[in-house]
Design a protein around this ligand. Structure first.
Ligand SMILES: [Ca+2]
Ligand SMILES: [Ca+2]
Length: 346
């Protein structure tokens, strides 16, 4: 009995020490987790705060667009260009409470609409061979390697058209795609081009701003000749009226915005144009816009967020203005200016 006592004491001491070790490890873990939880909550709160600031700036831009439209209606001249218009301003980084806000607005109708490649029929969407060639021509000026332009334009048409038949040698429908299906309906965003079978990493434009030459709007949407960059005019107008037709538009808008497509097409440059081609241009071109993009950058404590909002500004017919997409995107490029960077580049 006398021998056991010191051993029991020793055991008790070891157990107490082990308990302390376990408890302190637990405490460490709890503190570590609490700290992480607080950081995460703080990050989420900060992110949400930047998002709310961006949404507020979006509302201001939206109001600017509505005011501009009301002005146009009052003056009986519905025209949008990216030079003189009220909406075509860029807000430099401006302090607001603890944030810096910068913003810009772009006209989406100055871009090549991928959904022009199809036209709605009774039950679906038919491909438009002439428009496919226009996209091919435009891709020539966007892609670093032009050899892929024709394939991508044809695959885009199959991607959008209702049938599941590869209509041209370079197209691709469901059987060609292993891990995804073709939507067979209008694209929701120009980035769908990247989902095409033939799109390679090497096809990424060297200048990310080149994506700004493309968009995805309803199939019948007109191209605004006052905001379209040279490359888009080359593809859409050049294909029917040649380089002289494009030059006539660029020259006309250099002085002031074009206000009447009919008057423009009645000019001498378009005199030799086939009657059908003239009518086609008349339906495809416009001088005003309904679809816009608002970009807002928010910085709080060195943390950045960008909100890219796309909206439909109800036309003069009293339709309400409505946001149709919001995207929080990484800041890989500067804010896009109102006039596309390639606006005047030949
Ligand atoms: Ca097809
Ligand atoms: Ca198809």
């Amino acid at each position: 009995m006398g021998l056991k006592r010191p051993l029991q004491k020793g055991m008790a001491l070891i157990i107490v020490l082990m308990l302390f070790a376990i408890i302190s490890t637990l405490m460490m873990e709890i503190l570590f987790r609490q700290n992480r939880f607080l950081n995460r909550a703080d990050n989420l709160l900060q992110w949400d705060k930047r998002y709310q600031y961006a949404m507020a700036a979006e509302v201001v831009a939206q109001q600017g667009l509505i005011d501009d439209l009301q002005d146009d209606v009052k003056n009986n001249a519905q025209v949008d260009d990216c030079v003189d218009e009220q909406w075509a301003v860029q807000l430099p980084p401006t302090p607001y409470e603890d944030a810096f806000l910068s913003a810009s607005v772009q006209d989406l109708q100055g871009r090549f609409n991928l959904n022009w490649l199809i036209s709605p029929n009774a039950g679906g969407f038919d491909r438009q061979p002439d428009r496919i060639r226009e996209l091919e021509q435009l891709l020539d000026s966007i892609l670093p390697d032009q050899s892929n332009s024709s394939r991508l334009a044809n695959e885009m048409a199959d991607w959008l058209d209702s049938n599941n038949i590869v209509d041209d040698v370079e197209g691709a429908e469901d059987p060609e795609y292993r891990d995804r299906r073709t939507p067979n309906m209008p694209a929701a965003h120009e980035s769908e081009l990247r989902a095409l079978l033939g799109f390679e990493v090497t096809d990424m434009p060297e200048d990310p701003m080149l994506w700004g030459l493309l968009t995805a709007l309803p199939p019948g949407t007109t191209l605004n000749v006052n905001t379209a960059p040279q490359q888009v005019l080359d593809a859409v107008v050049g294909s029917l009226a040649g380089p002289d037709g494009v030059k006539a538009i660029v020259d006309a808008r250099a002085d002031e915005a074009i206000t009447d497509i009919g008057a423009l097409l009645a000019g001498p440059t378009f005199a030799d144009l086939d009657e059908d081609d003239r009518d086609l241009l008349k339906t495809r071109l416009g001088v005003a816009s309904e679809y816009f993009q608002v970009m807002v950058d928010v910085e709080v404590d060195g943390q950045l967020s960008r909100l890219v909002t796309r909206l439909y500004r109800g036309g003069g017919n009293g339709e309400p203005t409505a946001v149709f997409s919001r995207q929080v995107s990484p800041l890989l490029t500067p804010l896009e200016p109102a006039c596309n960077p390639f606006y005047n580049v030949e």
